[in-house]
Design a protein. Structure first.
Length: 301
């Protein structure tokens, strides 16, 4: 079962309390695709500029990620600059250059139109709709968004929410989208907007999952050192949807296991800058940490 992702493929410039990195590979689609590639074949829809280096493309092809839908346009690649505080859960966006992403209209290659698992990464909801319109048959669509789109493109985002099965947001985005301060009420209000499942990411505190019939909570995998949290959310989504595609199990039990896989993959991502750790982990490392995670959260055997 292959997975289609649309999102940013970016240059990231990052400062954390542990160091700095200039113009390294980043973007929501990049983290998602690399994370999901441990579980299922992945296809990327996105855009890069002529300045995008071959060595970054090689990182995708080494993981057998299909790049036919990744367009190279004249101009510069999307560039994001962010800085993390001493409290690593807090980050500021210092610069955001859309570059080739502004005005980009996704065009899916014919071979992508039968995608069954779809991840709508954090981009303009109008682009997310464009992608949905071009897919013939979908089994499961998971969507991410951010405060900017909740504020500026509320109508388009509401239209997206009616067409997806699952939404992944962080707690402040859930509050903003719903207008509810209490996180349980916020999730209930979002469920009424369309998705059957809402996943709320709470950084180092883990993930809450809501559906009409259940609530599930997990911690994040506890690490002694977090070097760079960039991409944790997208890696979580990649591990999560990757596992759902691999297992085909969309039951509550299957979703819970997928949440654990997502958390495990995200925990590898944050251990080093950018995609460094995510590209040199192995599936057996992931499985081993998954078993450890199961023991960590087991209080009832
Ligand atoms: P996260 O998983 O939330 O840490 O996502 C981090 C990634 O999002 C970075 O690699 C950035 O390149 C990308 N990013 C930052 N701002 C935006 C934005 N406004 N739209 C799309 N992608 C973004």
């Amino acid at each position: 079962m292959s997975i289609l992702v649309v999102g940013t493929v970016a240059f990231d410039s990052i400062e954390t309390p542990f160091g700095v990195a200039e113009r390294i590979l980043g973007g929501s689609a990049s983290y998602f695709a690399l994370a999901a590639s441990y579980f299922a074949p992945v296809r990327i829809v996105g855009v890069i500029g002529r300045d995008f280096p071959q060595e970054y493309l090689d990182l995708f092809t080494q993981r057998s990620i299909d790049l036919e839908g990744l367009k190279k346009e004249r101009g510069e690649t999307f560039h994001w600059r962010g800085k993390y505080h001493e409290d690593i859960n807090v980050r500021d966006t210092l610069e955001l250059h859309l570059n080739v992403l502004s005005g980009f209209v996704p065009q899916l290659p014919e071979s992508y139109r039968d995608a069954e698992y779809v991840f709508l990464g954090n981009i303009d909801p109008a682009m997310q709709i464009e992608v949905l319109n071009q897919i013939r048959h979908m089994r499961l669509v998971v969507c991410d968004t951010m405060d900017h789109w909740i504020r500026e493109s509320s109508k388009e985002l509401r239209a997206v929410l009616k067409r997806i099965e699952m939404l992944v947001v962080n707690d402040s985005e859930a509050r903003l989208l719903s207008g509810q301060n209490n996180i349980v009420r916020a999730a209930r209000a979002i469920l009424k907007m369309g998705p059957e499942v809402v996943l709320i990411k709470r950084g180092e505190y883990g993930v809450l999952q809501f559906s009409d019939s259940s609530i599930f909570a997990t911690p994040a995998y506890p690490l002694e050192e977090v070097f760079d949290p960039t991409g944790a959310g997208d890696s979580f989504a990649g591990g999560f949807l990757g596992q759902l595609a691999r297992s085909g199990d969309h039951s509550q039990r299957g979703i819970r296991r997928a949440i654990a896989y997502g958390s495990v993959v995200a925990s590898f991502t944050v251990e080093d800058f950018g995609v460094k750790r995510l590209t040199n982990v192995s599936l057996s490392d992931i499985e081993e940490r998954y078993q450890g995670f199961a023991q960590l959260t087991d209080f009832h055997t």
